[in-house]
Structures are given as C-alpha cells and as structure tokens.
Design a protein. Structure first.
Length: 157
C-alpha cells in the first residue's frame, strides 16, 4: 500500500490525476504492512499502553522480532494513500462542461477529434450488398479418418 501511495503522489505531481487515482485504487486492495502500523490516524507513533509495551519488549528480548499490537488488533492506522482532489475539480469540470451540457439538453455531442473519418461518407462500416459474394466455405475434413479421443498419456514405442 505504501508503494501505491508513493506512485499516486508521483503521478499527481506529474500532472496525471487519472493515473494517480488508478494507483490509489490499487493501494486500497493492497495488504497493510505490519511494520508501518505503529502510527495511529492522527500521526502519533507508538501509542501503546503498558501491556503492549511489556509484550513488545519481552517478545523482542526473547526472539529478536517486533510484535505489532495495533496491527494484531486491526486498529485504524495512518493511511499510506494520499487524499487526491475529486475527479471533477475545476479544470476537469471546465473541460467537460460542454459535453455534459449537450448530454443533458439533447444537443449535438462533441465530435471525436482524434478519429478523422467519422463524418465522411463511408467512414463507418457499410452494410454488405446483397450481390456481394459471401465468405468461402471451410474445407471439409476427412470424416473416415480414425480420430483419437482425449485420453491419458501413451507409453513410448
């Protein structure tokens, strides 16, 4: 989740808000990391009680491994994912206003500028004429040939 959060921040700083939102969506499904679960949602680190500290110190002294009480209790932690602006911020809204207005009023939709042939005659697939020859028939298989059905492996000869 931390890597997805970092990539979302990089994409947003690079001016790619859609890519940033895609990284946030990936991060939501990513598993939490126990090593980073020691921060509560307010950013306070190691907000443990006496019992948690005693268990953590004893576990580390005996095995050399850290336990993560907040992670084990599934308490809320600080999010690794950034808070991105909504998809319809001022710039995105300004770009899509004409399209939304046309859709609401039933007016003409904005043409696709990246596809030059839509308004030309014949730009779309024309229906086949009734005189046009159809596709060639598929070749016939020899039905008298012996057919092997699916079975287990055969021993080598």
């Amino acid at each position: 989740a931390r890597l997805a959060g970092l990539m979302a921040r990089v994409a947003f700083a690079g001016g790619e808000p859609d890519e940033a939102r895609a990284w946030v969506a990936r991060g939501v499904a990513a598993p939490q990391e126990p090593d980073w679960s020691d921060l509560d949602p307010e950013g306070q680190a190691f907000a443990y009680g006496r019992e948690d500290w005693a268990r953590l110190a004893a576990s580390y002294a005996e095995t050399g491994e850290l336990v993560h009480p907040r992670f084990e209790r599934r308490e809320r932690t600080m999010s690794d994912l950034p808070e991105l602006p909504s998809a319809y911020g001022q710039s995105a809204y300004a770009e899509s206003t004409a399209f939304v207005h046309a859709a609401e009023t039933g007016g003409a939709l904005i043409p696709f500028l990246d596809h030059p042939g839509l308004d030309d005659a014949g730009g779309l697939d024309d229906p086949p004429s009734p005189d046009a020859p159809g596709p060639a028939p598929a070749p016939r298989r020899n039905t008298n040939a012996r057919r092997r059905l699916a079975s287990g492996p055969r021993p080598a000869k």
